[in-house]
Design a protein around this ligand. Sequence first.
Ligand SMILES: *[C@@H]1O[C@H](CO)[C@@H](O)[C@H](O)[C@H]1NC(C)=O
Length: 383
Amino acid sequence: MPFACVAALGFAALAGTVAIATMGVPAFTQPVGFRDTVGGPGSPLAKQVVDGMITNVILHIAWNDWKPWSVEMAPWWTEDFIYDFNYVGPWNFGPTKGLRAWYEGEHLHFNAAIPDSQWGNFIFAATNTTATSVTYGLARWSGEFAGVPPPKSHPKVVIRDLDFYVLEGKRISINWCLLDVVDMFEQVGYQVVPRGPLKSEGYRAPNAMDGSPAPFSSMFTQEDAARSEEVWQAALHDDYDVGTGEGKWWAENINWYGPGGVGTAHSRKDYVKHWLQPLRAAFSNLERSTDLVVCEGPYCGAHFYMWGTHTGEWMGEKPTGKRVPIRCGAHARIVDGKIVEGWLQVDIPRVFHAMGVDFYGRAREMALAQAAALESYSQAADQ
Ligand SMILES: *[C@@H]1O[C@H](CO)[C@@H](O)[C@H](O)[C@H]1NC(C)=O
């Protein structure tokens, strides 16, 4: 359930065209060499396609009416595309195949729980065949999310969201999507995992004026992307495979927007101390399996699983000895051979599920206890 500001631009341009036509202004001829593509000048094919598709999602066109919705959406997807969302426990759907299964799976479930969410991409990197975006959403949490009720006030939440896409020609064949459930629950007072060691500063846009969303495609070459990818692959290898564990591809001073349960780091030292070291201490025989790496200009993303044996305490959970999948979506801004900013999401409910811990059940109990406490407080206040 992706997003975008660029999509809004496309819409404004369309409205402009209509206005000109109805005012009877003479036909406008495009200057030679100027192509106002969806996704912005110079954008690779996958960026254009995803941007086109996402316009529909952003505008919530016929979101709960299968027929018109499918007419809008079908052209962007292959027949049997895979949509693969977070682990959602009692909602009971895994990766779905095809438009109808997505509609009845994540799409209707999410939009009923968190209706009318407003999405803004801040990273949007692509090649001709792959794309990735990092997005925040703003909305009111209004219905049960995976069996967990919102507070009665239906509070506003900031949703950390990311997507990875694989295309076949002009259609999307795979969409991996993650959002930070731990962080969203924490925002309303459901502290399902221990509070992170670092103060969370949220999910922030890159500290660089190189596009919003970044990167602005025509500012960068394919050589820029190749240089970034070399560093990114080396960093993934060093951080998660058999490397130093010292985060040696990271600059000394960074902005790292870590997942709920960890927090925001401003130094390589804190990144290592509060993310890499606890991970390596808790899981033995880590093995990384990478689905997709995408780089454009200074920006890279990776969607991967690490499998590890749970032999040490992690996020408050005592070792279970189980082999668990740690699903991650990571992004980086790379300057002069070092990562200067990073964003990370981890599908913690999935990790907990593999440990035999009912993440959503625990959250639901907290939600019900919070609601009951508020209820008795307001009854006492009434008397
Ligand atoms: C994408 O395809 C176009 C047209 O074939 C080509 O000019 C461009 O270099 C390609 N871009 C990338 C990032 O591969």
